[in-house]
Ligand binder design. Structure first.
Ligand SMILES: [Fe+2]
Ligand SMILES: [Fe+2]
Length: 182
């Protein structure tokens, strides 16, 4: 995984964009750990293939974001995002494939919306088109991850699973807030 930083126009980033990018870097780090968490628990071959393929894409996303955000501007809470991500993948893996697919559907739906807002803002302000196309590329992948999980999960879900997904969504929202801050 290449996490090196190549100087770009980051020096010109307004504060809001720096915050967006810090939350993206934190989120992609968390995403990698979600899939690592899944792989550390599950023996289900279908889930392992699903997680391995998604993991590769998330590593590519983290590289794309890392290249545009110097270490000084990354989240102070990266160890927390790693642990939280790992748990978000490992916990549902103990309950079977449907719980994993439902969790990924929830996470990727959230991430898709998160990128959508940022893409719209960049479009509206007509700035940093290069960055916008990177976010669009990431968003397309997140949407395909979401759809893949959505198609694979069962249509009915237990109260427990719905509560877990609610927790994942609330946790993701809080994580973005905290990562934007520092
Ligand atoms: Fe991603
Ligand atoms: Fe993803």
């Amino acid at each position: 995984m290449n996490q090196s930083y190549t100087p770009t126009n980051e020096a010109e980033f307004p504060l809001w964009l720096q915050e967006d990018m810090r939350s993206n870097h934190a989120g992609e780090t968390g995403a990698i750990f979600i899939y690592r968490g899944i792989l550390s628990v599950t023996r289900n071959q279908q889930i392992r293939t699903f997680a391995r393929e998604h993991l590769k894409t998330e590593e590519k996303h983290l590289d794309l974001i890392s290249e545009r955000l110097s270490e000084d501007h990354r989240s102070l809470f990266l160890p927390l995002w790693k642990v939280a991500g790992f748990m978000t993948g490992a916990i549902p893996s103990m309950f079977g494939s449907n719980a994993v697919y439902a969790t990924i559907d929830e996470v990727e739906t959230f991430v898709g919306e998160h990128y959508r807002e940022q893409i719209d803002r960049l479009k509206e302000k007509v700035v940093f088109p290069d960055l916008r196309s990177i976010l669009e590329e990431c968003r397309e992948d997140e949407i395909s991850h979401r759809d893949e999980a959505r198609d694979a999960k069962s249509k009915k879900s237990s109260l427990f699973l719905r509560a877990w997904c609610w927790l994942v969504r609330v946790g993701s929202k809080l994580a973005v807030k905290l990562a934007r801050w520092g």
